[in-house]
Ligand binder design. Structure first.
Ligand code: HEM
Length: 205
C-alpha cells in the first residue's frame, strides 16, 4: 500500500474518531440540558407546592384550604385488599374489645370508624351501629328494631338517604372502607320489619 494512501487512512480514522467523539459530546450536552430543565421544572413545582401548603396553613390553619375528605385521608392512598366478612366475623368489631378496630357496615360495605369511637365504641351514643350492617335503622331511625340490612319496603327517598350515608363514610377524612360483609339471603316470605313509632329520631344527614 503506498504511504500516501496510508496517511490518508490515518487521517480518515482520526476524523471519524473526532466526529464520533463530538457527536458523543453533543449527546451528553443534550442529556445535561434535558436533565437541567427537568430539575428546574421539579424545583418550580416543589416551591409552588410548599408555598401553596404554607399559605393554606397560614390562612385557614389547614394544609388543603379547608378541604377534608377522602383525598386527605392517607388510608385511601394505600392500596389494600378488600376483606370479606361473615356477619359473625363482623360482630367482633363492635367496640367491646379495645384492641380491635371498630367497623360498621352500610348496605354491605364495611368501614373502619375507629377514630369515631366516642360515637361507635363502648358507651358511645351510636354503639348499636358497630359490628353490624344496620342500614335500615340509618334511614328509619328505629335504633332498636331496625338494626338490619333488610331494605325491603323502604321508599325511594329512604334509599337515597341511605346512599348519602354510604357517601358520608366513603368520603370521610378519617374513616375508610375495609371490605364487604356477606349476608345470608333474606327469606322473601319473612315479614318486612314493621315501622317503629320513634319518628322523633328521624334526621336527614
Ligand atoms: C335517623 C336518625 C339518625 C341517625 C341515623 C343518626 C346517626 C348519626 C351518626 C352515625 C353519627 C356519627 C357521625 C360520625 O361518625 O361522625 C351521628 C352524630 C350525631 N348525631 Fe345523629 N343520627 C340521627 C338522628 C339524630 C338526632 C334526631 C339528633 C339530635 C336530636 C342527632 C344528633 C347527633 C349529634 C349531636 C351528633 C354528633 C355530631 C358531631 O359532633 O359532629 N342525631 N348521628
Amino acid at each position: 500500500m503506498p504511504p500516501v494512501q496510508r496517511k490518508k487512512d490515518t487521517n480518515s480514522l482520526s476524523e471519524n474518531y473526532d466526529s464520533s467523539r463530538s457527536s458523543k459530546n453533543n449527546v451528553q450536552k443534550q442529556k445535561n440540558i434535558t436533565g437541567f430543565i427537568c430539575l428546574s421544572i421539579l424545583q418550580v413545582l416543589l416551591t409552588f407546592l410548599i408555598v401553596n401548603f404554607a399559605t393554606s396553613y397560614f390562612v385557614t390553619e389547614t394544609w388543603f384550604w379547608g378541604y377534608e375528605g377522602k383525598y386527605t385521608n392517607w388510608r385511601n392512598w394505600v392500596p389494600r385488599k378488600e376483606i370479606i366478612f361473615s356477619e359473625a366475623e363482623l360482630a367482633k368489631y363492635d367496640g367491646s374489645d379495645p384492641n380491635l378496630p371498630i367497623y360498621i357496615a352500610m348496605n354491605g360495605e364495611v368501614f373502619d370508624v375507629t377514630p369515631g369511637k366516642h360515637y361507635y365504641g363502648k358507651g358511645g351514643g351510636y354503639n348499636f351501629f358497630a359490628g353490624k350492617d344496620a342500614s335500615r335503622a340509618y334511614v328509619t331511625g328505629c335504633f332498636e328494631t331496625h338494626l338490619t340490612h333488610d331494605l325491603r319496603g323502604l321508599t325511594p327517598q329512604q334509599l337515597k338517604d341511605l346512599e348519602n350515608w354510604a357517601t358520608f363514610y366513603r368520603d370521610h377524612h378519617t374513616y375508610y372502607k375495609v371490605g364487604r360483609v356477606v349476608h345470608p339471603p333474606i327469606d322473601p316470605k319473612s315479614p318486612i320489619p314493621p315501622p317503629c313509632n320513634d319518628a322523633s329520631a328521624q334526621k336527614s344527614k
